[in-house]
Design a protein around this ligand. Sequence first.
Ligand SMILES: NC(=O)c1ccc[n+]([C@@H]2O[C@H](COP(=O)([O-])OP(=O)(O)OC[C@H]3O[C@@H](n4cnc5c(N)ncnc54)[C@H](OP(=O)(O)O)[C@@H]3O)[C@@H](O)[C@H]2O)c1
Length: 279
Amino acid sequence: MENIIQLYPGPTQEVPIKNLYLSTPLHEIILKEKEILVYSNFITSLDGRIAVTYPAGGGMTIPREIANPRDWRLVQELTVQADLVITSGRYLREVAEGHGQKILRVYEDPPFADLKDWREMSGMKLWPDLAIISNSLDFPIPEFLTHGDRAVMIVTTNHADPRRVKALESQGGKVILAGEDHVSGKELVKRLTGLGYQRVYSLTGPKVLHLLLEADVLDRLYLTIANRILGGESFSSIVEGGLFQPSRGFRLRTLYYDPHGLDGLGQLFACYDRARISG
Ligand SMILES: NC(=O)c1ccc[n+]([C@@H]2O[C@H](COP(=O)([O-])OP(=O)(O)OC[C@H]3O[C@@H](n4cnc5c(N)ncnc54)[C@H](OP(=O)(O)O)[C@@H]3O)[C@@H](O)[C@H]2O)c1
């Protein structure tokens, strides 16, 4: 894979894209600075689209025009560092329908076999555990998730339908109640901290990002900005929900320019750290 260019912090220099996000592993931050680190990532077009409606109609999907293997490699490098991955009921429904990116089966693709070795060398168990955020509880747990040593939790509200709770428990899931009308980010992170998780990776979309930001528990945001403008009227941006009062601030931590991505159009890999809420 061709090199990328580090723009910030200076000095500007060429660096390999492979292992970019593994070169400063997240567990070092945990040991030095924090008890738990919650991080997320998105790829967005220049006009702020992270998802558009499927060409054939129906639900939303990551736009084909911006998804690309160089960014996907970095997503896997973030996944492999997590001890828990957050996903959503919507994603599990997509898996049940036979599509949906293979975000939960990283090492089965040969290009990512080295990440399995990285994980083993780090002393972590093979698969990160899973927290599925859902109000509806309207999805099955696929068998491949409960094979092996992966714990599957479903995080929902106090008003969850008891029949659906029972059904998910019978499929190997553990149901956690964390909120009244919707899952509360504060309660979620409190419960995960109590269970000993340290590196929590949200692989979900704009509503879950909103609940994390609302509770001010998102520590780090990785943002890939793909050099294409998509247009269209039906789309999602990185966050969906009410206005934040006050707005949430983030500080740039690193910025890389990838001139080779998207057939030479290029993309930026930015990483931001949470700034304390003021005012
Ligand atoms: N471009 C990118 O980098 C990127 C990254 C992530 C996702 N996406 C795209 O964005 C779209 C939406 O993704 P997503 O569905 O994973 O994310 P989402 O919009 O954050 O989550 C939606 C689902 O999560 C559950 N949920 C969200 N907030 C909740 C709350 N406060 N309490 C209880 N349940 C809650 C609901 O599940 P139930 O319906 O089961 O109640 C809801 O359907 C998809 O098309 C995806 O492909 C793009």
